[in-house]
Ligand binder design. Structure first.
Ligand SMILES: [Zn+2]
Length: 408
């Protein structure tokens, strides 16, 4: 079924290309013009209502709440706006809410400019453990465009967010923890528009010519892509014989937080320059993408490296892989397809949904191929994919990668 769907979709993509129509259907017009655009900065504040007994706030990192309005005793509207527009329809929201007494309220999510709901709400009291809201407490009526959630609130602050919140600091801490593993080290290769580091971790054998590159978080709300990246990387960095032999043979380069400003400002899609970074891998108008390009191009030349494989983690409605055609000549021609076959074989109950990387969209994988003849893939994880399953597939994907690359 999935295969059939991807086949139909690929026909659509090919048909659109041949007509010269922009094939990336989710992209608003003009997204490949990556010259810096203005964004509106979210005003951080706490709304107090009902004589101060109810409070709602966006005063934390990665929040997104542009207004909060009382409709009646139990119904409130949370207004959510993008950083700028036009923009891909992925409205991120994140706010905290508490009240003096235990009570039940209904919060309606209203997206400005008729953007439609995408992310099923997650709840947390500690910003560490997140649980999807109970289905009986959530309504998304797509016909009338009404999105409502019932919340039980009290003095213990409740965080409501589009996905698990994982800020840039969270990812830098993760890189720090990995840098304690033998042979690994971090390096800041540049800075975002607002001065946050573009931090790279190098691991494995630094003398090896053969390199695997891993990147992620170009698009702020795409938390499931990052969860898959973590499962994948944790497996590559394990202390077992497979991972240790792999790291003896190859070098790993990873930049898991490409868009720290966008993530920390609770953006829907863009960086602080108002741009979709995964459309800037041709023009390189933005500092985040330029930093990675400048570093990798000179590092590869100076050290005689060969980037064999590059993988870029994202999220979308369902699990899928954007792949190049199997016979495209690369440093490891056909590898991605062999790797996906192997994952399917190892998991038994899994079909890797392969979608051809479309048209000439200036995405990272295309740049890796054009510049280094790298075999490159975009790994898209479903927004609502069960978290345990994301971990299982991520690990299996790393095992398959290591086994196949070592057997070459
Ligand atoms: Zn993405």
């Amino acid at each position: 079924m999935l295969r059939y769907f991807s086949f139909i979709l690929s026909l659509f993509v090919i048909a659109s290309c041949s007509k010269g129509v922009e094939p990336e259907s989710y992209d608003p017009e003009g997204s490949t013009d990556t010259r810096t655009k203005e964004i509106s900065y979210q005003v951080k504040r706490t709304w107090r209502m009902d004589n101060g007994s109810l409070s709602v706030s966006n005063d934390f990192v990665s929040s997104r709440l542009n207004d909060f309005v009382r409709q009646n005793d139990t119904l409130y509207t949370a207004v959510i706006s993008p950083e700028n527009g036009p923009i891909n329809k992925s409205p991120w929201y994140a706010f905290s809410i508490w009240s003096e007494k235990e009570r039940k309220i209904t919060v309606e999510l209203k997206y400005t400019d008729d953007y439609t709901h995408r992310y099923y709400p997650d709840l947390s009291h500690d910003m560490v453990n997140w649980t999807p809201i109970d289905s009986s407490d959530f309504v998304n009526d797509t016909t009338n465009q009404v999105t409502r959630m019932h919340l039980e609130i009290g003095p213990d602050t409740l965080f409501v967010a589009a996905q698990e919140i994982m800020t840039s600091q969270y990812v830098y801490n993760y890189l720090d923890s990995l840098s304690k593993i033998a042979g690994a080290q971090t390096k800041d290769i540049g800075y975002s528009t607002l001065g946050k580091p573009i931090r790279l971790l190098s691991a494995g054998n630094p003398a090896s010519e053969n390199v695997v590159v891993i990147i992620g978080r170009q698009h702020p709300p795409e938390a499931t892509g990052f969860l898959a990246l973590q499962a994948f990387v944790n497996d590559l960095m394990k202390n077992d014989s497979l991972a240790v032999s792999f790291r003896d043979e190859f070098q790993l380069i990873m930049v898991p937080m490409v868009n720290p400003d966008g993530v920390d400002m609770g953006h829907w899609r863009h960086n602080a320059g108002g741009i979709d970074l995964n459309r800037d891998w041709y023009s390189f108008n933005q500092p985040e993408t330029s930093a990675i390009r400048d570093y990798l191009v000179s590092w590869v030349q100076e050290n005689n490296k060969q980037i064999l494989f590059a993988i870029d983690f994202h999220s979308t409605q369902e699990d899928l892989f954007y792949v190049f055609e199997e016979d495209r000549e690369t440093n490891m021609t056909g590898f991605t397809h062999r790797w996906l076959d192997r994952i399917e074989q190892d998991l038994g109950d899994y079909e890797a949904n392969r979608i051809p990387t479309s048209g000439n969209s200036p995405v990272s994988t295309r740049w890796f191929y054009d510049t280094f003849e790298t075999e490159a893939v975009t790994y898209e994880v479903g927004d609502d994919s069960p978290r345990k399953r994301i971990e299982r597939i991520g690990e299996s994907a790393a095992d398959a990668l290591m086994e196949l690359m070592l057997s070459k």
